[in-house]
Design a protein around this ligand. Structure first.
Ligand code: GDP
Ligand code: MG
Length: 300
């Protein structure tokens, strides 16, 4: 019998490079929310891949960008702390040259870490082969990456190869989680993130980053004669300004209804039961700068 290998893999990279998309692809299901706007992911979301003889626990690390608010500070700290405790770091980058100054900065930080770093050039589907080769060449000169692997997280190109390369670096170790488990995120948090994703997707640029979602309750309701329980979900959407509240609710409540119905249908897929969702919109001024509120919302 071959030995079992396991370990932790950190995904780092600037906002919007495709970390969440890649993690969902690696794990095979949707565990991290995706949005075309940067900084969607606030918490470290773990995705778990279990193979024949290995298990990888992926940590979707928020962007290592320059902090401007306390929330930003928190994000950078948690990203840096994650790097020293993992077996492999995947640095994701956009497939473009010249190398972005923030990527240079991230590479500078990684130089101090002993963990092997793989460069993952994402969005391979958007470039020609010759460009990919030029990128590999440029990055190779910048840093001693353990591997350089171009992928398309969106299409799944080269993702198997990436998994195999990561498996090669994992130490012998136990299966930390059951084989059928793909995330350790509590359902509440996934649910909150889902609502946030739908809201951000629908609100365009009008309310940049200024919302948080709090699940007030999630309770199964006994259906008389039904085979599956209906889930009652109540959630608050917090924003920073009265004017934002109006936008989120929309004319005749249309926007909020749209957010709710989109979130609900995905929640039903995710949770495997019918959902009755109720949403409220509340104003909490400057929530992003308040330590108290950050704790309140679970960003520790
Ligand atoms: P994150 O901020 O790094 O977690 O990035 P996301 O995973 O949220 O992705 C940001 C945007 O890039 C989304 O619109 C994705 O659909 C898009 N994206 C991610 N991976 C790929 C890819 O391989 N190809 C293309 N064309 N788009 C991608
Ligand atoms: Mg993300």
């Amino acid at each position: 019998m071959t030995a079992f290998h396991s370990g932790f893999v950190s995904l780092v990279g600037r906002p919007n490079v495709g970390k969440s998309t890649l993690m969902n692809r690696l794990v095979g299901e949707k565990v991290a929310i995706i949005s075309p706007k940067p900084q969607t992911t606030r918490n470290q979301i773990r995705g778990i891949y279990t193979g024949e003889a290995c298990q990888m626990v992926f940590i979707d690390t928020p962007g290592l960008h320059r902090p401007r608010t306390k929330l930003g500070n928190y994000m950078v700290r948690s990203a840096e702390a994650a790097l020293n405790e993992v077996d492999v770091i995947l640095l994701l980058v956009e497939p473009s040259l010249p190398v972005h100054p923030e990527d240079r900065e991230i590479i500078g930080r990684l130089a101090k870490v002993r963990t092997p770093v793989f460069l993952v050039i994402n969005k391979l589907d958007t470039i020609a082969r010759a460009e990919a080769l030029a990128l590999i060449d440029q990055y190779r000169q910048l840093f001693g990456f353990a591997e350089i692997i171009p992928v398309s997280a969106l299409r799944g190109d080269n993702v198997k190869e990436l998994l195999a390369a990561v498996e090669d670096r994992l130490p012998e170790g136990p299966r930390y989680f059951p084989a059928d488990m793909i995330t350790d995120q509590p359902e509440r948090q996934l649910t909150a993130e889902l609502i946030r994703e739908k809201a951000l997707g629908l609100l365009q640029e009008e309310i940049p980053h200024g919302i948080a979602v709090e699940i007030i309750s999630m309770n199964p309701r006994e259906e008389s004669g039904g085979t599956r329980d209906l889930l009652d979900v109540e959630a608050n959407i917090y924003c920073e300004k009265e004017s934002h509240k109006g936008i989120i609710i929309g004319k005749n409540g249309d926007m909020l209804k749209k957010i709710g119905s989109r979130a609900r249908s995905e929640m039903e897929n995710l949770l495997g039961s019918p959902v009755y969702l109720q949403l409220w919109v509340k104003v909490k001024k400057d929530w992003r700068d308040s330590e108290f509120l950050l704790r309140d919302f679970g960003y520790r």
